[in-house]
Design a protein around this ligand. Structure first.
Ligand SMILES: [Zn+2]
Length: 381
């Protein structure tokens, strides 16, 4: 990366809906209309700068300026697997330092926080994002409070606490932890929310940059779990920027996989609505994507539709069969991640994915994070 890149100040955030420039540079959403804040459109900037190293920071010259905070992110492997008889390329995000794709988001989020001089943050998470933020905050010497649903996997809570973060369990649905974190933010504590912060999407953009380099071009389709859409939107924006900057002339069809226990986006997609459908979550093993009101739901639906893809919902029994099938192929993923291979099987059966297409599936997190849940779920399935 160039000296210019890391010594420049990070760009200011602007409301993506009403254009307000918040007076507080660390505001977590628009103070006027409550919609998400965004980076400038050209903050994601695929250019001719020389790329070096691997993983997230390989793309530093294409990312907004900040202090690169690294735990040694790799370029995650692409492994071909047969899922329900369909040949797909699985991108193994469990290879990231804290065991999930959220490290891409946390690396940039903490890089921005460090460049802005923040010393104490609060965040809400069902587990993976909290672990990622706690790990990267530890690396950067930032104090961290994580609000978690009381029902989150014990392995994830242990991981968060081991990094030195304060873990605050909150009873009730996933949204209750988000509300508690936002409410707890007071003077001196910044709400570092992966659900809202646009630097997280610049981080997950690197998933798509890696796929493009690994394949020498875009795949025909990508399939990934979607809750808040951190990965899906980062990847969709990245593929679009690669097209806009002339690095490819096409973008892949984007498929999102939800749990049928909480499928506001799949419902909206099926019904043709522009906004997420109002749903009441029912229990599911896909704990990482149980989000009834994704802040950027409208953009997710628009980008998926524009790409020619779809959003589908997967019941838990399909999730468990997919998890078991992958494990018997030597790939151990957490239950939330298993909605992706389950969706591949579903999309193949419906004809949405066709013979001979190059399909990349994101396997977002490690099974090692949820051993107790997998023991119970696989025995039951
Ligand atoms: Zn606004």
């Amino acid at each position: 990366m160039t000296a210019d890149h890391t010594t420049s100040a990070p760009p200011a955030l602007t409301c993506g809906a009403c254009g307000t420039d918040p007076a507080d540079p660390l505001a977590w959403r628009c103070p006027e209309c409550g919609e998400p804040l965004e980076l400038p459109a050209d903050a994601l900037n695929p250019n001719d700068a020389a790329l070096s190293g691997q993983g997230v920071w390989r793309y530093a010259p294409w990312l907004p300026p900040m202090i690169p905070v690294s735990l040694g992110e790799p370029t995650t492997p692409l492994v071909d697997l047969a899922v329900g008889g369909t040949q797909v390329l699985a991108k193994l995000e469990a290879a990231q330092p804290t065991g999930s794709f959220k490290d891409r988001a946390a690396a940039l989020l903490v890089g921005w926080l460090a460049a802005t001089g923040v010393r104490h943050v609060a965040e809400d998470s069902s587990g993976n994002a909290g672990a990622a933020l706690a790990g990267y905050a530890a690396r950067a010497g930032i104090t961290c409070d994580i609000y978690v649903p009381a029902t989150a996997s014990p392995g994830k809570l242990t991981q968060i606490a081991a990094y030195g973060a304060r873990v605050i369990p909150i009873d009730g649905p996933r949204q209750a932890a988000a509300d508690a974190a936002a409410a707890a933010v007071s003077a001196g504590v910044v709400y570092a929310t992966h659900l809202w912060n646009p630097f997280c999407l610049a981080g997950t953009a690197t998933w798509a940059f890696e796929v493009m380099e690994q394949l020498g071009g875009p795949p025909d389709a990508v399939v990934m779990p979607v809750g808040a859409g951190t990965l899906l939107l980062g990847a969709a924006r990245a593929f679009e920027r690669l097209r806009e900057t002339g690095r490819t002339d096409r973008v892949p069809r984007i498929y999102g996989a939800q749990s049928s226990g909480c499928a506001p986006l799949a419902e909206a997609f099926a019904r043709g609505t522009a906004d997420p459908w109002k749903v009441t979550p029912t229990p599911s093993a896909a704990e990482g994507i149980m989000l009834a009101s994704p802040p950027r739901g409208r953009e997710i639906l628009r980008r998926v539709r524009d790409s020619g893809g779809a959003i589908v919902a997967v019941p838990d029994d399909s999730l468990w069969s997919a998890l078991g099938e992958l494990a018997r192929l030597g790939t151990y993923i957490e239950p939330t991640s298993a909605v992706a291979p389950a969706a591949v099987a579903q999309l193949r059966a419906s004809g949405a994915l066709r013979d001979g297409e190059r399909v990349v599936m994101a396997l977002t997190g490690s099974g090692l994070k949820a051993g107790d849940r997998i023991r119970d779920g696989l025995l039951r399935a």
